[in-house]
Design a protein. Structure first.
Length: 284
């Protein structure tokens, strides 16, 4: 099916958000929160599947894509405000949240603050938490990339990491190009899209990571008023740190996607699609 997006540029304080909405008449709405930070991803296969059942909203998070990061701030409160501002713009009282990787942590942060607005929470390979938990997740990603890089690739990743910390978006783009390649090694996935890479911004990534490390830890959610689904790939980048998420949501449904790494819709869409169908179509 061909779902046509409506494009909106929504201002929220010191940022502009490039937002796409895929209308679906008389349906509930889902907001997709991509990974990164500082790296856009519309999660095309997920969006295409969900667009047949829900009104889907995707957006480039603050400081990337069409937005100007120069005067943009990157606190967790800013990110939460962005979701509320998008919801207000489209007159949404409640909506589903789907978050991948960093977006999975973003979704948890939002649900902690505004549980009454969340209809369901789908955490796909979610980053495990703020503060020290985020640092543990980053160490796991570090090891994962080292194992999948040649010596030359690994050296250039180190160089581009350093340059990215000093604000070089071109270096940050080269770094994430290699990270994306590493995530897909062993799978039949096309190289990173140059248009997507061009929207990556070092400042957004670095400042958001610093804000995550300073943010207070998330506590246990317990039994939530909305359903929660947590998935990881069989060969995911995240290891022991995922235990923090599982302990935080003791009543969540969980699944391991066989034959998949960190991006299940690219690695095993058939099995991941079954889980999406069970959760969003059969479960609601």
């Amino acid at each position: 099916m061909n779902f046509v997006a409506e494009n909106h540029l929504i201002t929220n304080g010191n940022t502009k958000l490039a937002v796409k909405i895929y209308p679906c008449a008389a349906s509930e709405t889902i907001i997709l929160l991509h990974g990164g930070p500082g790296v856009p991803d519309e999660m095309t296969e997920v969006r295409e599947f969900l667009s047949g059942h829900l009104q889907v909203i995707t957006f480039d998070q603050r400081g990337i894509g069409m937005t100007d990061p120069q005067n943009c701030s990157f606190t967790m409160a800013d990110y939460i405000s962005d979701v509320n501002h998008i919801a207000a713009y489209f007159a949404l009282d409640g909506f589903h949240l789907f978050g991948h990787s960093w977006g999975g942590l973003y979704a948890q942060l939002y649900a902690r603050e505004f549980p009454e607005r969340v209809l369901s929470l789908f955490l796909c390979s979610p980053a495990s938490g703020t503060g020290r938990q985020w640092s543990l997740t980053e160490r796991e990603v570090f090891r994962y990339n080292r194992e999948r890089s040649t010596l030359g690739e690994w050296i250039w990743m180190g160089v581009n990491t350093a340059l990215g910390l000093f604000g070089s978006s071109s270096a940050y783009r080269r770094l994430f190009r290699q990270i994306i390649i590493n995530y897909h090694k062993g799978y039949n996935v096309e190289p990173p899209d140059p248009e997507k890479l061009a929207r990556i911004n070092a400042k957004a990534g670095t400042r958001t990571r610093n804000a995550i490390k300073k943010h207070p830890p998330l506590g246990v959610f317990g039994k939530t008023p909305y359903p929660v689904m947590i998935t990881y790939g069989e060969f995911d980048a995240y290891g022991k740190s995922r235990e923090f998420v599982l302990e935080r949501f003791p009543f969540a449904r969980t699944a391991i996607i066989p034959g998949s790494g960190h991006t299940p819709w690219k690695h095993n869409l058939k099995e991941f699609g079954k889980i999406l169908n069970d959760f969003y179509v059969q479960g609601h």
